[in-house]
Design a protein around this ligand. Sequence first.
Ligand code: NAD
Ligand code: ZN
Length: 256
Amino acid sequence: MMPFESDLNSAVNSIKKSRYTVALTGAGISVESGIPPFRGGDGLWDRVDPAFLEIDYFYQHPRKSWKLIREIFYQYLGSARPNKAHEVVALMESQHLLHTVITQNIDNLHQQAGNQDVIEFHGTTGRLICTQCRETISDAIKINELLESLPPACPQCGGLLKPDFVFFGEMIPPRASERSFAAAGKATVFLIIGTSGEVFPAALLPERARQAGATVIEINTAPTTYTTGTTDIFLQGKATVVMEALQNALELSNAE
Ligand code: NAD
Ligand code: ZN
């Protein structure tokens, strides 16, 4: 479904006038890259019990947990590529129409699409962290090598390596959280793309932005908890379709 033209025009006017535009993205933006969301989608999470992503389970059964993590996040989903929606988000940043992306996704696709300022609210699969000495490893080739024997061991101290994303039962990285709430608080336009608003505390960001005076523009295939109370302009449709329509309406060309 294409968004209504009048809503698209209001969104374009707000974005053009905006001094500080922030986007909050969720699993929905990556669905068309072949990564299923937790809710709905193709049922990956019906086949695999997400219990292996609980932090206590990880420390109790690091090898078992890592076997599933490697299979799902590094082998099965590791070949996913940014889609048109990620590309338009990157293009908007390069043309100074968007300033910060806050993503709940751990798939690294905004970075791959070329966005510079990405706050990883839930961390990323693109980095490993040592649970002993806190050493981090971001080099993709090095990560692949380390994942050849499980559980992977820290090259510095031999400690257990963990993917640097937020497991169930873990805290949000404080700096990511502080930066995100600060960005939401100064946003003049706040875009919400493909998030259900059911995972806290990230779910609080749109309301923070609205209360600080931002125009909230939401893009989703279906209405969410935000659509009636928080959202000013709802553009219903698939992220790739709506973002491409937005690109055209903003007259953004792919050439830098
Ligand atoms: P969610 O699974 O709760 O909700 C996904 C939302 O996307 C829904 O509202 C759905 O209607 C919408 N959607 C589905 N397909 C869409 C499309 N093609 N275009 C636009 N919208 C679409 O996701 P969430 O709110 O991000 O919360 C789930 C948590 O799990 C988050 O922390 C999330 O990052 C994490 N997660 C991440 C990934 C990833 O890294 N890609 C995948 C699954 C889950
Ligand atoms: Zn270490």
